[in-house]
Design a protein around this ligand. Sequence first.
Ligand SMILES: [Zn+2]
Ligand SMILES: [Zn+2]
Length: 453
Amino acid sequence: MRLIFSCAAALGVVLCVIGPGSRAPRAQAPKHLALVGGMLLTGYEVPPIHHAAVLIEGNKIVQAGPASEVKVPADATVVDTSGRTMLPGLIEAHGHLVALGHGNYETWFPWINAHGGNAMLTRVMETAAKQLLMAGVTTTVDLGAPLQPILAIRDRINKGEVVGTRVFASGPWISRGATGAMQAGFGGVNIATPEEAAQQVEKLANAGVDQIKAHAGLTFDDYKAIVDAAHKHGLRVHAHVYAEQDVRHALEAGVDVLQHVGSAGTAPPYSPELIRGIVNAGRPVVVTAAHRAWVYPDTAAFPERLQDPEMKKLFPPEIFAEVQDSLKNWPALGYFQRTDREMLYRERGVKQFIESGAVMGMGTDSGTPMNFHSEALWREIKVHVDMGMTPQRAIAAATRVNAQIIGKGRELGTIEPGKLADVIVVKGNPLFDIVALSNVEIVVKNGTVFSWR
Ligand SMILES: [Zn+2]
Ligand SMILES: [Zn+2]
């Protein structure tokens, strides 16, 4: 079964329902759309607005506030959000569309090659993009994928040819001396000198990437060359760093976002000097805490999550079968080899940033083993709340702060006039129970309504 979506104007609402079918008509955004009745979280750390309304014109938000103060034009199509919570579309600050939770890169990428190659890779990325959108993730920062395929899916989504999360793509990451199935599958490129690093950035920028990913193992001069070349093109640099020395190099070289820091057990709580340096520089961090250190014990506690029938519906059957097969003996997977140590340090790893007041975005490495796109972000947000972040700050991290740290703060991340119309409606009150974010009922992306309940 090939899942696509169809749109119909029913009850005056353009509703795009994802389901079985063979054609993918383009959705037309209505002229005026109003979401009326529910509680509104704007993405700012202020009290919620009760019985609110959000008015959308085309793909932009034009008004948001108490329903009694928002003038809904007579021609507007109205979506009743009574009894629900409205908040900005979530932003995933670290995802991988080429992966779908499969347990082993050594077999996943060869499986793709043996089952259609690029055609299957496209199918995988389409599946990931749709899973993310359905989870309320209206924007995803993809940090590692072969260049042409990821740019192609990004552009097809933007044109409305594919239903999916909005993608900002880095294409291949830049590394030194990396080998193996992971490097090949995620399209990593190796450099040997800072000059080569700068040339690589130049090449990626000219190809049209949205940001640069610098992998661990680079020298300070490499990071510096990458940052200088990227900033010339107005691109931000995200560094994949764990060890204290790598983090320090990336920080001092001016890397814009420090990814993975504080997770993985390779760098148990950083030195106070490094934390102070990060905080004083106002340098954003994205911890990617939940994969491995929380996903593993959560799966041990409830392995049934791997066979969730709701999740199964989000996969083409042959891909689901392959993913299931790879997870048969999941505790033995190489990916989880060091998880015991990661679990030992996991709480301090997250708390060191929460308590120091660092600028924290929210990203998950979604697509990595058992870290499914359909749930990775709410799990990551829950971990931050469990570690002491207020629900409001955690939601702001996944919306407003994420938008700012990826350089899209003017268009995305909050519900206020002038922003792109990315709004999600969830069942329940996430300020009371953050897991309400797993209950996404309606997604509005760029002014188009998607619903699947
Ligand atoms: Zn990474
Ligand atoms: Zn990653």
